[in-house]
Design a binder for this molecule. Structure first.
Ligand code: ZN
Length: 419
């Protein structure tokens, strides 16, 4: 995206080298989340957390600590009285969707040519087809070698927060409220932040730095449910099955084939979808797992009703089979909470303006730690951190946008200090 240069942008340029140095260091620690394991799901996350505790203590945040769940918390004390405590969060883990073990590759002063990847010659990025990339010509960019993701999601967020905190710690003359930091494991498998208790954390409002580009505020996320259809049949020797066999697998497959709701492949923007993503079973017992997603709670209910009707229809093909469809809530659109605290978003918008950027609003077609925290009463929108093409081997980071993310934090803190 266009990087505006103003007097305000001078702070971004000042913070950029320190933030970039931190990012390159954090990116090398393999913190890939492991699906199906309890949090912290991989030892690298604990290792990175331990290192952050040391770095934060070195910056004077004496209470910096890592708990049994791998969550790192620390406090930067206020320099003004009476302002509400503000939280800043980023996640330690990287996505399991592309290989980890990252060797970051820094390109200084990007010249606008096509990006090639040493570990995979078939991979490239063409600025002519990528407005975000062409918008970052002239800046320092970071890529992977092409055989791993980069992990800017979300080590960019971690680096921007620590760089901003370093600046604030060195400038006690700048007004600030008490800042509470949290670096959480396993955001990508939605199991880390559940161990962070908003009451003990003690912030009145918080921000995650886990967004793309620069100057974007995300205050809306999906509302999400999970559904499991379980079909019971009866097995019998197929050679002598006669009227004995009741094949649960056929009913499950029929159910999937009947689903006529919008899918992830065909939806974007504000559109919701239903996504069957796992099927397993035998003739005896078959199971289909699906996710339901929408920005509107009402549409989630409609999706559920439709799935129930389709399950009944599929079951009619084999009346001797029995089935149940169990729907469980996962998280709710953070907008439901943020609407009650509009100033939390307004202040982020003002901070982005002060950094010389034109604020934009984004939608999260997923959930974040911020959705979960907002659902638990801590309003927590998401802010940009310079990441692009996340969860892929072509993931990249713009160092200027990383500096801008740190600058936005410095302004945001000053705005909250003013009460
Ligand atoms: Zn993330």
């Amino acid at each position: 995206m266009a990087v505006t240069t103003t007097a305000a942008g001078a702070l971004a340029r000042h913070l950029e080298p320190a933030a970039l140095k931190r990012f390159l260091r954090y990116a090398r620690v393999d913190t890939q989340a492991r699906e199906g394991r309890p949090s912290p799901s991989s030892p690298g996350q604990v290792r990175l957390g331990r290192r952050l505790v040391q770095e934060l203590q070195a910056l004077g945040l004496r209470d910096a600590q890592q708990d049994a769940h791998g969550i790192v918390t620390a406090t930067l004390p206020a320099t003004v009285d009476g302002a509400p405590t503000i939280g800043l969060l980023a996640h330690l883990d990287t996505s399991p969707q592309a290989p980890g073990n990252v060797k970051p590759r820094l390109i200084r002063g990007y010249d606008g040519s096509a990006i090639r990847f040493p570990a995979d010659p078939s991979l490239s990025l063409d600025p002519a087809e990528d407005e975000e990339l062409s918008g970052c010509v002239g800046h320092d960019l970071v890529f992977s070698q092409g055989d791993t993701l980069l992990g800017a999601d979300d080590k960019a967020g971690v680096a921007a927060i620590v760089a901003a905190v370093e600046h604030l710690a060195h400038h006690p003359e700048l007004p600030r409220p008490t800042l509470r930091l949290a670096f959480t494991p396993d955001e990508e498998i939605a199991s880390g932040v559940e161990h962070l208790d908003p009451t003990t954390f003690g912030a009145e409002a918080a921000y995650t730095l886990d967004g793309g580009g620069a100057g974007i505020v995300e205050a809306e996320s999906f509302s999400a449910d999970k559904a499991v259809l379980r079909v019971r049949g009866r097995s019998a020797h197929p050679g002598m099955a006669g009227a004995q066999l009741v094949n649960a697998l056929r009913v499950a497959a029929r159910f999937v084939a009947l689903i006529d709701l919008p899918t992830p492949e065909t939806t974007r923007g504000r559109e919701g979808f239903v996504h069957p993503y796992h099927i397993q079973g035998t003739e005896e017992l078959a199971e289909v797992t699906l996710i339901l997603r929408s920005f509107e709670e009402r549409e989630l209910r409609e999706q559920e009703a439709r799935l129930r009707a389709l399950a009944a229809e599929a079951a009619r093909s084999e009346p001797r089979a029995s089935y149940e469809l169990v729907v469980t809530p996962q998280y709710r659109n953070m907008a439901e909470t943020l609407r009650r605290f509009p100033w939390v978003v307004d202040r982020a918008v003002e901070a982005i303006r002060r950094a010389g950027l034109e604020p934009r609003f984004g939608l999260i077609r997923g959930g974040t730690d911020g959705s979960i925290l907002s659902n638990r009463g801590l309003p927590c929108p998401n802010l940009s951190s310079g990441q692009h093409r996340i969860h892929s081997t072509r993931e990249w980071l713009c160092a200027r946008e990383l500096g801008q993310a740190a600058e936005v934090v410095v302004h945001l803190v000053a705005i909250w200090a003013a009460g």
